[in-house]
Design a protein around this ligand. Structure first.
Ligand code: GDP
Ligand code: MG
Length: 326
């Protein structure tokens, strides 16, 4: 049992007082899974639930960072504070990701109303989805009215991340051809708004038709019909960004007008968060007791050699864990 230290309380207070430095420090703690992180999150959680969280997902190179930059500008122009969390699992070195995103968000990187942070995967236990969700909580507590989470639309981690957003935009580009088909599996259901970015390119009409056809097939349980918005993020001035903001707003209005949809979405998000936390905590526990210092590798080697099987090993570990809780 850890007791909350004065410095954690001071950090929580600084975050609630909207200090960007404190937010950055808090995010580093959750990213590193530091022992103080849990206490910090307990302290700030009662002050969360106020931000609009926008998920932006799509293939690498679709223009998500460029769109995030321009979309954030729309909200800044409306006088709102914007937090940006860019998730780039392909980059094991967060430094690289930060630099890349700073280059694509040159104006915003130094804007006082804007906070930008890149997250990167680390370690065997993953935890990227958890760390990202917690970064969003910290920004929420720090009073950022809008939080944009940019993720590459591949893999379960990223899908889990965007599922925690209040509204999610899926970014596609013209001329993807079969790719539009291939995104439908995991991504079609999570798009509340669809963006055809790079609308300056050929094939926009065709991509629009393909998207419309796919959306007709996928009737949503909440009855929402996702709008399709065309954008050119790199034009000066950018094209379609107000339309994108309006489309995102329209879904949030729809949700606000249907309390049962909102309640269900919020409940699902918190249920998933709770289950993830339990899974994370259990796995960390098992890691410390059974898998660290090369033990995982040794166990895998025994499975590879067919000396045992993963089912037996997993059952053994769980049995030991429940027989003698540490
Ligand atoms: N022609 C064109 N290029 C764009 C547009 N939006 C972004 N790009 C370019 O596409 C590349 C990838 O953009 P980026 O925002 O990094 O994509 P991300 O990987 O999805 O974040 C960059 O070279 C951008 O300048 C657009 O609307 N039209
Ligand atoms: Mg990007």
């Amino acid at each position: 049992m850890s007791s909350t230290t004065p410095s954690t309380v001071a950090l929580a207070e600084a975050i609630l007082a909207r200090s960007p430095r404190a937010v950055a420090r808090g995010i580093s703690l959750v990213e590193n899974d530091a022992p103080e992180a849990t206490d910090l999150l307990k302290l700030i959680f009662p002050h969360t639930g106020h931000s609009r969280v926008i998920g932006l997902t799509g293939a690498p190179g679709a223009g998500k960072s460029s769109l995030t930059d321009k979309l954030a500008q729309v909200y800044v122009d409306r006088g709102q504070r914007v937090g940006i969390v860019a998730v780039d699992p392909s980059s094991p070195f967060s430094g690289g990701a930060i630099l890349g995103d700073r280059i694509r968000m040159p104006k915003l990187a130094t804007h006082p109303q804007v906070f930008i942070r890149s997250m990167a995967t680390r370690g065997n236990l993953g935890g990227l989805a958890r760390a990202t969700t917690e970064a969003v909580l910290l920004l929420d507590a720090a009073g950022y009215e809008v939080i944009i989470v940019e993720t590459v639309g591949v893999g379960q981690d990223e899908v889990d991340i965007v599922k925690t957003a209040d509204v999610t935009a899926v970014v596609v580009v013209p001329g993807m051809g079969d790719d539009v088909q291939s995104i439908k599996a995991g991504i079609m259901e999570i798009g509340d708004v669809f963006v055809i970015n790079k609308a300056d390119r050929e094939g926009v009409e065709r991509t629009q038709m393909e998207l419309e056809a796919l959306l007709e097939l996928a009737a949503r349980p909440d009855g929402w019909q996702p709008p399709i918005v065309r954008t050119i993020a790199t034009a000066t001035p950018p094209v379609g960004l107000d339309a994108l903001a309006t489309a995102l707003d329209s879904y949030l209005t729809f949700v606000a007008e249907h309390p049962e949809v909102r309640a269900e979405r919020r409940r699902r998000i918190l249920e998933r968060r709770l289950l993830e936390l339990i899974r994370d905590r259990l796995l960390r526990h098992v890691w410390q007791r059974e898998l660290h210092d090369g033990k995982l590798e040794a166990a895998v080697q025994r499975i590879v050699n067919r000396e045992t099987d993963p089912y037996t090993l997993a059952d053994d570990i769980v049995r030991r864990l429940t027989a003698s809780p540490a």
